[in-house]
Design a protein around this ligand. Structure first.
Ligand SMILES: Cc1cc2nc3c(=O)[nH]c(=O)nc-3n(C[C@H](O)[C@H](O)[C@H](O)COP(=O)(O)O)c2cc1C
Length: 191
């Protein structure tokens, strides 16, 4: 399977640990992994220019040129992200906003969706520093869910961790490996 791994954190921290561990579990079988660290990309903001309205293609040319084909081709998506101000970090949001072209394609142009796209799945991994910041998980998951639905990834599960602020502190969670292993097993299942 082709698997896209999206890292939403700008630092070498907890999200990267989550993503790397999930990737390791995926690699127990033979899969093609495409890792994107969103903070390394040059992504312009969506200007709501409606340039994609009639074609379903964004008219801005930047690093999204290489991301769009992956979003269409992959069978599974891993997303690991910190919570920033009860939501996802800006650079990941830029990538998502630039998927408005998929929205036009799907909901306005009503382009037929290939059958196999309905079988795509995602695993969302979120980490926040606050001990009681459930709203950050709820808001981040809502945004990511809207993104996944728009790009025709209809099934997803979420693993979230709160109370981990220092980079690397997530490793103190004794259930981390077990949680990620079973989430990845579910993700890779064809059902
Ligand atoms: C700009 C900024 C905003 C943050 N806002 C929140 C928040 O709203 N809720 C929360 O639980 N943690 C918040 N945090 C803490 C991070 O989510 C936490 O440090 C997390 O472990 C970072 O993950 P990373 O190591 O993958 O970057 C914030 C951190 C930063 C830098």
């Amino acid at each position: 399977m082709k698997i896209l791994a999206l890292l939403g954190s700008p630092r070498k921290g907890n999200s990267e640990i989550l993503l790397n561990k999930a990737i390791e579990h995926c690699q127990k079988e033979k899969h093609e992994i495409h890792l994107i660290k969103v903070y390394e990309l040059n992504i312009s903001d969506c200007t709501a220019c409606d340039g994609c309205k009639d074609t379903g293609k964004c008219i801005i040319s930047d690093d999204m040129d290489n991301v769009y084909p992956l979003l269409r081709q992959v069978h599974r998506i891993l997303i690991a992200s910190p919570i920033f101000f009860f939501g996802i970090p800006g650079q990941l949001k830029l990538l998502i906003d630039r998927c408005q072209c998929f929205w036009y394609e799907k909901y306005i142009l009503k382009k037929p969706i290939p059958e196999e796209e309905f079988k795509r799945k995602a695993l969302i991994m979120l980490v926040g520093g606050m001990k009681k910041g459930q709203i950050g998980i709820t808001c981040s998951e809502a945004t990511l869910k809207a993104f996944l639905r728009t790009i025709n990834v209809n099934e997803h599960s979420t693993i979230s961790y709160l109370g981990y602020d220092e980079p690397g502190s997530i490793l103190k969670n004794p259930d981390l490996n077990k949680d990620l292993e079973s989430a990845v097993v579910q993700l890779l299942k064809n059902d």
